[in-house]
Write a protein that binds this ligand. Structure first.
Ligand code: CP
Ligand code: NVA
Length: 330
């Protein structure tokens, strides 16, 4: 794929892209990372303006879009969860039509996937999904770029996702793995597996790419030989506080511990989209400790801090991959 092949396209979910296009974006990000490290200017979008709409909080995604936009020669404008008319006094459709008149591209982070699809249908400029409840596609580009840096070609790599696999991260990793010919296992109690229709779609894709899509509720056997064990928070943004107790009860056996990492083997790396509850150094982590007496949730602190953990390489790659998405589509 050449970068300009995606000009004018939205980036809403990986299901909309071919394996070659996904690989092309990752390879473009690899080049952009090398240019950044070498101090070579790459102001490919000089003079353009992009709007960054966030209906939920963010550290990585927001900063990645802002830094990437600046490196590409663009001016980013951030609109946070409060402070604009969007949703309260103005529909998403009207907001899209206004912003499309002023900006060359729009990032959206928020709730239902239907909202970002609606925004894209009305904006008239490329729209990029910076996380919805259903999908987090820019995260997957960074994750796969990081996996490629560690172990080479994605095809055939084994990725085990532990925890709540029904939400944006489990869904998107499963789609990405299907597209890229990987071996994907979601390891969780059955009620946390992705929706049947998405699984069926991914299995159809897998039949073309050589991927496998499997499910397990036994961490010790699921992880054997894995290249990566991936997890995410047990309660996602926008979910009610009431679900903490059941999540803790049901997902604690799926915490990524050093025993789980050992069962996978020496080659295995730990990944997490972040932010992560691996200690009690956060307000919520402390509250959970006070209420339930646990000092970590989805991952044990010793795994998070271990040499096998590549979470900060992954976080850095958010910026390079988001830059590739913007430069390719604008
Ligand atoms: N991984 C991720 O999307 O992080 P933020 O919520 O900080 O953007
Ligand atoms: N599942 C998490 C991902 C955060 C990057 C959430 O939606 O809060």
């Amino acid at each position: 794929m050449k970068a300009h092949d995606l000009k004018g396209k939205n980036f809403l979910k990986l299901l909309d892209f071919t394996p070659e296009e996904i690989q092309g974006l990752i390879d473009f990000a690899v080049d952009l990372k090398a240019m950044k490290k070498a101090g070579e200017a790459h102001r490919f979008c000089e003079g353009k303006n992009v709007a960054l709409l966030f209906e939920k909080d963010s550290t990585r995604t927001r900063c990645a879009f802002e830094v990437a936009a600046a490196d590409l020669g663009m001016h980013p404008v951030y609109l946070g969860p409060s402070g604009s008319q969007m949703g309260k006094k103005e529909s998403i459709e009207d907001t899209a039509r206004v912003l499309g008149r002023m900006f060359d591209g729009i990032e959206y982070r928020g709730f239902g996937q239907a909202i970002v699809e609606d925004l894209a249908a009305n904006a008239g400029v490329p729209v990029w999904n910076g996380l919805t409840n259903e999908f987090h596609p820019t995260q997957i580009l960074a994750d796969f770029m990081t996996m490629q840096e560690v172990a080479g070609p994605l095809k055939g790599q084994k990725l085990v996702y532990m925890g709540d696999a029904r939400f944006n991260m489990g869904n998107s990793l499963m789609v990405g793995a299907a597209k890229m010919g990987m071996h994907f296992i979601a390891c969780a109690p059955k009620q946390y597996w992705p929706a049947d229709d998405l699984v069926a779609t991914c299995r159809e894709i897998a039949a073309q790419t050589g991927a496998t899509i499997e499910f397990s509720d036994d961490p010790m056997t699921a992880v054997a030989g894995a290249n990566v064990i991936y997890t995410d928070v047990w309660v996602s943004m926008g979910e009610p506080d009431e679900v903490w107790q059941e999540r803790i009860e049901q997902l604690t056996p799926f915490r990524v511990t050093s025993e789980v990492m050992a069962a996978a083997g020496e080659q295995c790396r730990f990944m997490h989209c972040l932010p992560s509850f691996h200690d009690v150094q956060t307000t919520i982590g402390k509250e959970i400790y006070d209420r339930y007496g646990i000092d970590c949730m989805e991952v044990a602190d010793d795994v998070f801090e271990s040499p096998a953990s590549i979470v900060f390489d992954e976080a850095e790659n958010r910026m390079h991959t988001i830059k590739a998405v913007m430069a390719a589509t604008l």
